[in-house]
Design a protein around this ligand. Structure first.
Ligand SMILES: [Zn+2]
Length: 350
């Protein structure tokens, strides 16, 4: 494996990214941040109408293109209802359950841009009052936001400028450990955005000429199913989603290797392109795991579903406890960065 990607840099970029609130539907700020990094590297970009960012690096061959995508949008919620006691009900954005956010700090972002902090709690949290609260279902009815404000009524909350439809972002609680782990919410998929940025930086700094014109799509609607399904130039032959590998019982993926997906709920990924990625991993001593994700779809499968005639693949760092308080190790980041690097400079499969 090449040693020129620095773990510290990959983890720091990831940390910067997870700290910018960006539930699906509220991604302008994080897209601007990524756009700023691209500008520093003199990479031309444009924004599509739905707010995603596309960066393009010209290659030797402009008749066949590649596209790589990673998404900056995250799980989140919206204020569904203001309760008569001044607590807030939430409507979730993305695929997860309330138990994954019980006790989490959050921020309510009003339409005028004001931000208020709160905590997501079960209504019946106090064991001194509610005897069997372990049995209460964690759902939209029973979970609520306790605002850190003196509010006792709907009126009090509305006076703050908080209304139904306001976005709610979860505190990522990002932490880097001495042992090389990064623990945080939203590593899916900001860790991968950091990996694309590191690769683009490498290419620009070293004046590496890519074999094919390559587009990098920073998608902003993946968690709700349609982030990377548009703005794919007709010349695009290969389309790679860089997104997390899923860990759990029966999974091969782990926090120390790059996961290469053979199949997810959408079906098999392109067989020869998958084998090409495995071949590159073996050639360059990149530790990888081939895996199947039982409940998963990616921006690459979304592109196929939308009608894109591309060869699609899915690779990414292994993320533990996905869509909850996640974790990965710098090794997984480094192996994934290296696979992307070698892929970008490889010849296309026939
Ligand atoms: Zn993802």
């Amino acid at each position: 494996m090449n040693d020129f990607f620095k773990a510290e840099e990959l983890l720091n970029t990831t940390r910067d990214l997870v700290r910018i609130p960006s539930p699906s539907g509220f991604t302008d700020e994080v897209i601007s941040w990524v756009e700023g990094r691209m500008q520093e590297l003199n990479v031309p970009t444009y924004r599509n109408n739905k707010g995603g960012l596309i960066a393009t690096i010209e290659g030797n061959d402009s008749s066949k293109h590649r596209m790589l995508t990673a998404h900056v949008d995250t799980l989140g919620a919206m204020v569904k209802e203001i309760k008569s006691d001044g607590r807030l009900r939430l409507s979730l954005i993305g695929g997860f359950r309330f138990n994954a956010i019980e006790g989490e700090y959050c921020e309510i972002i009003t339409s005028s841009g004001k931000r208020y902090t709160g905590t997501i709690l079960l209504h019946q949290t106090s064991v001194h009052v509610y005897k069997n609260n372990g049995d209460v279902k964690r759902d939209e009815q029973n979970m609520e936001v306790r605002l850190d404000e003196r509010v006792f009524s709907v009126d009090d909350v509305e006076k703050l400028g908080i209304h139904v439809g306001d976005f709610t972002a979860f505190d990522p609680r990002v932490k880097l450990t001495e042992s090389g782990f990064i623990k945080s919410r939203h590593l899916d998929d900001k860790a991968s955005v950091a990996l694309l940025l590191a690769n683009i930086k490498k290419i620009k700094e070293e004046n590496i000429k890519l074999p094919y014109t390559t587009h990098f799509l920073i998608s902003n609607n993946e968690e709700i199913g349609y982030g990377g399904n548009s703005n794919i130039p007709d010349e695009t032959v290969e389309y790679i989603a860089v997104d997390m590998g899923a860990l759990g019982d029966g999974q091969t993926s782990d926090e120390h290797t790059v996961s290469i997906c053979a199949k997810d709920s959408s079906g098999p990924y392109h067989y020869r392109l998958r084998k090409h990625l495995v071949g590159l991993a073996e050639e360059y001593n990149i530790a990888y795991k081939l895996d199947i994700y039982p409940y998963y779809g990616s921006d690459a499968s979304a592109a196929i579903r939308a009608g894109a005639d591309v060869r699609h693949a899915l690779i990414g760092p292994g993320i533990d406890a996905s869509h909850a308080y996640e974790r990965t190790h710098q090794d997984s980041m480094l192996h994934t960065a290296n696979l992307i690097y070698n892929y970008l400079q490889s010849s296309m499969i026939d």
